[in-house]
Design a protein around this ligand. Sequence first.
Ligand SMILES: Nc1nc2c(c(=O)[nH]1)N[C@H]1C(S)=C(S)[C@@H](COP(=O)(O)OP(=O)(O)OC[C@H]3O[C@@H](n4cnc5c(=O)[nH]c(N)nc54)[C@H](O)[C@@H]3O)O[C@H]1N2
Ligand SMILES: Nc1nc2c(c(=O)[nH]1)N[C@H]1C(S)=C(S)[C@@H](COP(=O)(O)OP(=O)(O)OC[C@H]3O[C@@H](n4cnc5c(=O)[nH]c(N)nc54)[C@H](O)[C@@H]3O)O[C@H]1N2
Ligand code: SF4
Ligand SMILES: [Mo]
Length: 889
Amino acid sequence: MSQNPITPWIKTTCAYCGVGCGVEAKPQRNGALLIRGDKSHPANLGKLCSKGQALGETLSDTHRLKFPMIENQRVSWDKAISTVAEQFQQTIAKHGPDSVAFYLSGQLLTEDYYVANKLMKGFIGSANVDTNSRLCMSSSVAGHKRAFGSDSMPGCYQDIEAADLIILVGSNLAWCHPILFQRIKAAKAQNPDCKLVVIDPRKTASCYDADLHLALANGKDVLLFNRLLAYLADNQLLDHDYIEQHTQGFEATLQSAQQDKLTLEQTAKQLQISPVQLKQFFELFGHSDKVLTLYSQGVNQSTQGTDKVNSIINCHLATGKIGQPGSSPFSITGQPNAMGGREVGGLANMLASHLDFSDRNCELVRDFWRAPQIATRPGLKAIDMFDAIAEGKIKAIWIMATNPAVSLPDSHKIKAALAKCPFVVVSDCVADTDTLALADVKLPAQGWSEKSGTVTNSERRISRQRRVTTTQGEAKPDWWIISEVAKKMGFIHGFNYRHEAQIFREYATLTNKAHGLSQNALVLGDLADISDSDYYRLAPQQWPVNRLQSQMFHQRLFADGRFNTDNRRARLIPVRYIASAQTCDQQFPLKLNSGRSRDQWHTMTRTALAARLCQHQPEPQLQIHPEDAAAYRLDQHDIAEITSVTGKALLRVNVGKEVKPGEPFSTIHWSNSNSSAGKISTLGKAFIDPISGQPEMKATPVSIRRYSPQSQALLVCRQPLARLESPYWVKQTIKGGFCYFIASELSPGLLNKSLKALSPYQQITQVMAESPQQQCYRLAQSSQQQVQFAYIVSEQLDPSHHAWFAALFNDQDELSTLLSSLLSTEPKGTLAEGRIICACKQVGEKTLSCAIKQQEVKDTATLTTLTEAGSGCGSCIAELEELIKTVYE
Ligand SMILES: Nc1nc2c(c(=O)[nH]1)N[C@H]1C(S)=C(S)[C@@H](COP(=O)(O)OP(=O)(O)OC[C@H]3O[C@@H](n4cnc5c(=O)[nH]c(N)nc54)[C@H](O)[C@@H]3O)O[C@H]1N2
Ligand SMILES: Nc1nc2c(c(=O)[nH]1)N[C@H]1C(S)=C(S)[C@@H](COP(=O)(O)OP(=O)(O)OC[C@H]3O[C@@H](n4cnc5c(=O)[nH]c(N)nc54)[C@H](O)[C@@H]3O)O[C@H]1N2
Ligand code: SF4
Ligand SMILES: [Mo]
């Protein structure tokens, strides 16, 4: 790729997780986009994980939604905007403001979010605006509000380097927030006394560097932290001065924590961990001065999510380990702008700018927006919102930047609700999602690299996302689309925006006014008067902001022990462990946990466009303990059929002791767009936390059986297949095309016939090897010295074939080598490299195994020096360690 000396590197922010890494991007003449980490960004100091590094590879124009569509016909923007405005107006006129809703996303920019919230709450006069953050952070929001009086996260990333003890609760940081995990590793290397404890039922990649892993039984975090509080009290490890001066509710909270009256041994038994480990954890917490507890979805996505959050915060408050260097409870946000959405009021139970719906707050925002119709009470939260659609109470919905037909629990129900809803609008930047398939109106939004605005990361730091490429098709910024609809609905004075900076200033002004009323920490001070050019240049700012901050500035909240409650004291909240209402029984005896894989982002609409991000886990996975595997007669790489009360899914089996018996784990990323039955949200029923409304997503009762196909196939093609009717198929993007994993009820001979019929190239050169006796069929079609279409079919396929098969389009080998590999199913040439383990440096299993054997490598550092694997983002290091172990087994 030639470097373009003229175009400068443009600073922006990563599109994915809540770490909020600074990125530098440089467009190339050939249309490519070079990407590197921004060394001056305080979140990542120049590093990027595999997903961040591959950002430039996800900008393909073939997958984009480029034009507004009504009933799948292209229309002008004018027509699309008028239709949306008219349909919403008519519905409101007939059925009232609460008959319409917006469902938003932590992947919108703050400016988009602000305008959407203003339109729905301020001008339409309903608070039916909620967001996918309900599935993600709402238990943390509710926990923060109960304890601190506002949704404010006290710490900052510098706490990682300052801590003596770092605890990860329900967080697979190594895969989900890799750059923070790398900061922890570096901090531990710098300070060998710094300890890492992981609290997760599963042994994850984050456990490889941990000093202690508490594999507690799913759901029992409150029991653990309550017992910790009782232990700290029993052993004089509390900070009574802090408790007296800065908190309230301590006595009742301790009493509640002690109510279980469990000994350490009894607690350990309930948690299914060893008493020695439990005591070790308690002592570490009690005797470390600086304790940082990072928590994520293992905490939030639970019917007791808010209580889990408060049980953690209680321990920090009772020991004064909060708001100090190296000490805080620290909720790690998932999406790039989940924080921004929470700030502007994207959740149905908040009004705007961290204000709730009190009379004086409504008055303030009403006057500020000049919006007499303003909603004065909370609206429907996500799960209730979709129930209301199913019940016909909501008759028009506008979904932006989220894919609820995949990500909400009980997806059959969600699909049925949207199919029945009289008017569904979806704004997205890609053309094919399960949700778009249900839209009456599709609106093309600018995607990352085209859009411009701000996002707030986990440590309250606001960074600019900048426009670095031109826009594809007729896509528009989300804020523009919403404002145009608002104006068409007659709300002209409130939405006459010409530039995102204007919206940002208005929002910043509102934070200042809200701060005057509530003393909330969210305040943007001088940013309210920022000029357009200063907004363009804006360096990261961490709220609260008074004056413009310097690049590396950092601060903590509540350092002075004064919180955002009326009396300025933090609240300890009495909590008790309550078992989830989702219980296993004879019919559904296993509890299905779910979560993320390393290189995919959610429903894969963007990460699946980059071939290198699809190599790590090309199929939806079911991790299952060997005991369960034996009980259900499952072998490694079998396909399992998972059934719950709401649906079924088919997933590839991965047997291992990383999960507990009875608690298998599945990946969340696959949908109907890329698999026949890999969507696991078909399995979940919505059980919510009564305080936050967040659904439980990590404890679904299921049953499992082996799916026994008659035949299996691997197929590569240059273009996606138009139709594929096999009960099991999964599509993977590979370099130069696509690879399909197929399992079928047909005999191998019949599957061979049906796959041959799918080839778009009936005329070009083809080679075949058929062995009906062995039920094995292979076909390759080539033209212009390249393989164009190929497959292998047999009764059973050895999964090790996949790595070389999916490399058939790599074009590094001669056609003859490729064809002979294919016909003999023995990889030759570069195909023999095997599965790629390091996505950043593209290092495969074979290179690694050879290096380990030949150089007698015993540790990952040496392996990295020899092969470069692990020298990118480092999130493959756990796998390198596993590989070293396997080679010596
Ligand atoms: N690669 C990648 N990174 C991502 C994302 C992605 O899609 N892909 N998504 C982003 C988003 S939006 C989010 S919200 C974050 C999520 O980040 P994480 O929360 O770290 O990710 P998950 O894999 O959903 O779940 C974390 C862990 O919770 C554990 N867990 C399950 N039940 C319990 C329990 O009862 N107690 C405890 N203590 N642990 C439990 C699971 O075993 C799992 O390992 O990741 C962000 N980063
Ligand atoms: N079982 C189970 N389910 C889960 C979870 C789990 O752990 N287990 N996790 C939950 C969590 S934490 C989350 S955050 C959700 C995530 O779930 P979703 O939000 O549904 O997932 P995404 O794939 O990120 O969807 C984002 C959509 O927005 C589009 N998009 C991207 N940028 C833009 C933009 O600028 N404008 C517009 N208009 N569109 C854009 C993308 O193409 C994509 O279609 O999933 C939840 N669901
Ligand atoms: S850790 Fe990775 S995904 Fe998250 S912001 Fe940084 S580069 Fe992006
Ligand atoms: Mo999330």
